[in-house]
Write a protein that binds this ligand. Structure first.
Ligand code: SF4
Ligand code: SF4
Length: 180
């Protein structure tokens, strides 16, 4: 069952032309998510990773997204303003075909959480640390369709309605209540 709810949508706008490849975003993200917080920094643990090719002036920060257990059957290459970007260059998946977005010790997938443990009102750490202004944080409210979580009883009733039809079910309940 779906219903309309108002939700805060958080997004980070990435301006590839402004990114200079400094990797500050990787450093601060891995440090903020270290245990204990800020105890170490290792870009391999960052939830934002940079594809960097200074000779071709290609710098692409990408945020860790969903985990996928299987790699894609095909590959895409983008050419934008005459610059060719690597295969999978913009993909956010934690995928078996590459090393990005995996915790190096455990191999478990990493995902950007928008620094949810940050103090309220603070922008995500990578945005704060990007001195080139390549990352811009935005928030907006949106009305979205969300599935209403059903209780066990509701789920059971729904499956009975789907199977027998509402009228049959109501007739049966009336018959049962008359007998009791
Ligand atoms: S928003 Fe936070 S969790 Fe996501 S990449 Fe930036 S620093 Fe890491
Ligand atoms: S901190 Fe900003 S300029 Fe530096 S690599 Fe990250 S996105 Fe690019």
């Amino acid at each position: 069952m779906m219903s309309k709810v108002r939700k805060k949508v958080k997004s980070i706008k990435i301006d590839l032309n402004k990114c200079n490849g400094c990797k500050a975003c990787e450093v601060i993200c891995s440090s903020f998510h270290a245990t204990p917080k800020y105890s170490s920094n290792n870009p391999a643990r960052a939830r934002i990773r940079l594809t960097r090719d200074p000779i071709r002036d290609v710098f692409v920060p990408v945020y860790a997204g969903e985990y996928t257990s299987a790699e894609c059957m095909g590959r895409d290459k983008y050419v934008i303003d005459g610059k060719e970007y690597d295969e999978c260059g913009f993909c956010r998946a934690s995928c078996p075909s590459r090393g990005f977005f995996k915790e190096p010790d455990s191999g478990l997938p990493l995902k950007c959480d928008m620094c949810e443990e940050n103090d309220p009102g603070q922008e995500p750490l990578c945005v704060q640390w990007c001195l080139a202004d390549a990352l811009t944080y935005e928030e907006r409210e949106e009305e979205v369709e969300e599935e209403v979580k059903l209780s066990d009883i509701e789920r059971g009733l729904k499956s009975l309605v789907d199977k027998h039809g509402l009228q049959n079910l109501l007739d049966t309940v009336v018959r049962m209540s008359q007998k009791s």
